[in-house]
Design a protein around this ligand. Structure first.
Ligand SMILES: [Zn+2]
Length: 454
């Protein structure tokens, strides 16, 4: 009787979370992995009956295999800073390394952890394999650093809900009231957007207080440097608006105090900026006039691996140049859009006509003004005014025409003006217009929500 009760109690308690930290180094020509360490975190925050990832998202994919039975215990797709960096010019010149982590439920017996990467045909191929013994005394079992975690919105047990963790960076102890207000404001912004709005009850939102010595984060192109708690900074890969936190250990150690599956890093700054990497984290500047747009757009990258549907380059189209099919759910090289054909109404022309030339000439003019504002270090209000003007003109253009609001295959997506197609004329992954996610993006987000909830 006592033994049975004890067994049931053991069964109902979730396993702990095991974090595997590793080094990911290389050049554009090849990459290497090496074990950094293992750490035990709090209770596993996900559902234990949905351990296998069937969404086909991510540039990388990891599987945890039971050594004795060869059964796959856990799998998940993800993307990484390394995965972006290896496509930059710098990667052709010199090697670089990044620290990364994957997390899975603590196994009961030794496992093999395998990381796979997509090849050019999108097939996953093994790039690293490592043995993990849960009895290994080298696993760090120390409690995570004490940090104040609080619930912005709690709708149930972490195992039944998507757990989103908001982490503030560049907020001093005197600014914690502002941080709390920002965390609540951003939560309301996310859950005003479909499909998050109708799935509000499927989420818990947690927030972490990590007070900084100085206000704000590093903005190297403005000559501003800060040692902020999470190390988030503007100018990632030389792009002024791109905010990333390169020090994985700082982020992971702080996050370990909370139950989480997704992370939003909020930087205490007004300058336009953010970023989002699938299954790693998203970032956003707290105080820009376009913070609602940046937050929801970048969260789309982080949460559902959505592609940028926009393009700004006027790179000459090479006739016959091969366009590889992106793994992202909302961009395709297929002019008939087989990927989302169920959502296309019969009779819709494919590719679908849209006012492409008018759009491109407006954007060309706006981009030139944008470059000028940044080159002259003009006040942020001027950039915000430019974006407001852009939003008004582009919204007017894209809300008209016979295929506005319809799903089809609209040429121009994934940074390319030609050869890639997006699902609708307008979407928050395409412009800063207040149009929310298109039908294909909404469907992709709902698939991820289902993977983490009951
Ligand atoms: Zn979309």
């Amino acid at each position: 009787m006592f033994l049975l009760a004890a067994a049931l109690a053991a069964e109902s308690a979730p396993p702990r979370t095991l974090r595997l930290d590793y080094f990911h180094t290389g050049t554009a020509a090849g990459e290497h992995f090496a074990l950094d360490g293992l750490a035990l975190e709090g209770p596993w925050p996900g559902p234990l009956d949905k351990t296998l990832d069937d969404t086909n998202l991510g540039k990388y994919f990891f599987v945890v295999i039971d050594r004795r039975t060869n059964q796959v215990l856990y799998s998940r797709g993800f993307a990484s800073i390394y995965g972006e960096w290896e496509t930059t010019d710098e990667a052709k010149e010199q090697p670089r390394g990044f620290r990364e982590s994957i997390r899975f439920p603590l196994p009961a017996a030794p496992v093999q952890v395998v990381i796979r990467k997509r090849d050019r045909q999108n097939a996953f191929r093994e790039v690293w394999s490592v043995l993990v013994d849960p009895a290994d005394p080298a696993i760090d079992r120390a409690a995570p650093p004490a940090a104040k975690v609080w619930a912005v919105m709690r709708n149930g047990e972490p195992r039944d809900k998507v757990d989103l963790l908001l982490m503030g960076d560049g907020y001093t102890a005197a600014e914690l009231e502002k941080w709390h207000a920002d965390a609540r404001r951003l939560t309301e912004i996310l859950f005003a957007a479909l499909p998050f709005k109708e799935h509000r009850g499927d989420f818990n939102v947690w927030a972490l207080d990590t007070p900084a010595a100085e206000s704000g984060v590093s903005r190297p192109s403005d000559g501003v440097y800060r040692h902020s708690p999470l190390g988030a900074a503007y100018d990632a890969f030389g792009s002024e608006r791109y905010v990333l936190a390169f020090d994985n250990e700082r982020v992971r150690e702080a996050a370990a105090a909370a139950p989480y599956e997704f992370i939003e890093i909020v930087v205490n700054d007004r300058k336009y900026g953010g970023g989002g990497i699938f299954n790693l984290y998203a970032t956003v500047a707290a105080d820009n006039a376009f913070t609602p747009y940046i937050f929801v757009h970048e969260f789309g990258h982080h949460f559902a691996g959505l592609a940028d549907e926009y393009y700004t380059s006027d790179v000459a189209y090479e006739a016959g140049a091969q366009r590889l099919e992106p793994w992202e759910p909302n961009a395709t090289a297929d002019p008939h859009a087989g990927k989302w054909k169920e959502l296309i109404a019969a009779g819709t022309p494919l590719p679908t006509p849209w006012p492409k030339e008018a759009f491109e000439s407006m954007e060309k003019e706006i981009q030139a003004k944008r470059r000028e504002i940044r080159a002259q270090h003009r006040p942020e209000q001027e950039m915000e005014a430019l974006f407001r003007d852009e939003r008004e003109r582009i919204t007017r253009l894209l809300s008209g025409g016979p295929y506005a609001g319809k799903t089809g295959a609209f040429e121009g997506a994934n940074y390319q003006g030609r050869g890639y197609y997006r699902p609708q004329q307008d979407c928050i992954m395409f412009t800063r217009d207040e149009v929310g996610f298109c039908a294909v993006c909404r469907r992709a987000i709902e698939r991820v929500i289902r993977l983490y909830t009951h």
